[in-house]
Design a protein around this ligand. Structure first.
Ligand code: PIR
Ligand code: CA
Length: 318
């Protein structure tokens, strides 16, 4: 049984890798890509999504969504992802036409058209589109199989000491998603900071020797340079990739149940994902929290997916 997913993203270097794994791993089926303002503005991240589709030979509906958060002023991350949102590689012209629907409508249409319980939502940017889709068509909440989101953390943040960027960017949307009665998996920084693309990984990808593999190498090299300069990392953590990897192979990370709520009224802690593993708050469990990564599995499946896509005639010819 393949895991069918909608990727709601803000590409974004690690979002680009998530798209590529979703298209190239035989255990998952990518149904649609939707975009949300996050790492950069909506036009930029949408253009980047189309460029990744072109270089990877991805042919699924792609729709643009929310231009900004529900309540708060917009936040972007040029210091990590550059002015384009995907600086580093040369971005090819789009080969796909953008779907005319708003991302929210594409998400609703795909979920309602599928058998109940068969579609997983994978948000890897701010949760604005997902929250709006829930409000526009509440029936999706019981029809979606699960939400596997990159965001939050139970230890420390990257936007503030306590808040991770995707949650900090739209905390009200995030709280709506965590508190809805669908299964949620939180793939936060505690997990994704284990998912670094070390030099041996970059070398394995380089060795594939295709236009797609050199695109991925350029993505990882730019991401590595900003993570080195801005965050003092030796190698870049490829956050969003982990969500898709877990759908293809649930052994890629372990999880633990917790109650998670988003801080919306803190003086210094807005956007913090308060994570209660031991029931101290007396609230029911609402989230599976990602804990420990099997890094070897993650990179083996990613290298395989890049190689598989590279072997497609239209990808090899680029
Ligand atoms: C990564 C991101 C934003 C800011 C920084 N500093 C680093 C993006 C990634 O695309 C990922 O989805 C998430 N937001 C990690 O915080
Ligand atoms: Ca992202």
């Amino acid at each position: 049984m393949t895991e069918r997913l909608i990727l709601d993203c803000d590409p974004g270097h690690d979002d680009a890798l998530a798209m590529i794994l979703a298209a190239g791993d035989p255990r998952v089926e990518l149904l649609a890509v939707t975009t949300c303002a996050g790492n950069q503005t909506l036009p930029k991240v949408t253009r980047n999504a189309l460029a990744v589709c072109a270089v990877a030979g991805i042919d699924v509906p792609v729709a643009a969504g929310s231009v900004g958060p529900l309540v708060r002023p917009q936040m972007v991350a040029p210091e990590i992802h550059g002015e384009s949102g995907l600086d580093g590689p040369v971005l090819p012209e789009a080969t796909l036409e953008l779907d005319p629907r708003h991302a929210v409508d594409l998400i609703i249409d795909v979920v309602l058209a599928a058998e109940p319980g068969t579609v997983t939502l994978v948000p890897t940017g701010p949760l604005t589109n997902i929250a709006l889709a829930m409000r526009k068509e509440p029936a999706i909440v019981e029809r979606v199989k699960r939400v596997v989101l990159m965001g939050g953390s139970y230890t420390r943040g990257n936007k503030t000491p306590t808040a991770e960027f995707n949650i900090a960017a739209d905390p009200e949307a995030a709280q709506a998603v965590f508190s809805a009665p669908w299964p949620v998996t939180m793939v936060g920084l505690d997990l994704t900071h284990q998912a670094t693309a070390d030099t041996d990984v970059v070398d394995r990808i380089k060795a594939i020797g295709s236009p797609l593999s050199s695109f991925v190498v350029d993505v990882l090299e730019f991401f590595g340079s900003t993570y080195r300069e801005q965050q003092g990392f030796d190698a870049p953590p490829v956050h969003d990739l982990c969500c898709v990897a877990w759908l293809g192979d649930p052994e890629v990370f372990t999880t633990r149940e917790a109650f998670v709520a988003v801080e919306l009224t803190g003086t210094w802690t807005n956007g913090m994902t308060v994570t209660d593993f031991s029931g101290l708050l007396g609230q029911p469990v609402n989230t599976d929290v990602a804990i420990t990564l099997d890094k070897q599995r993650l990179w083996d499946m990613t290298v395989d997916a890049i190689a598989a896509l590279s072997a497609q005639p239209e990808v090899a010819a680029r």
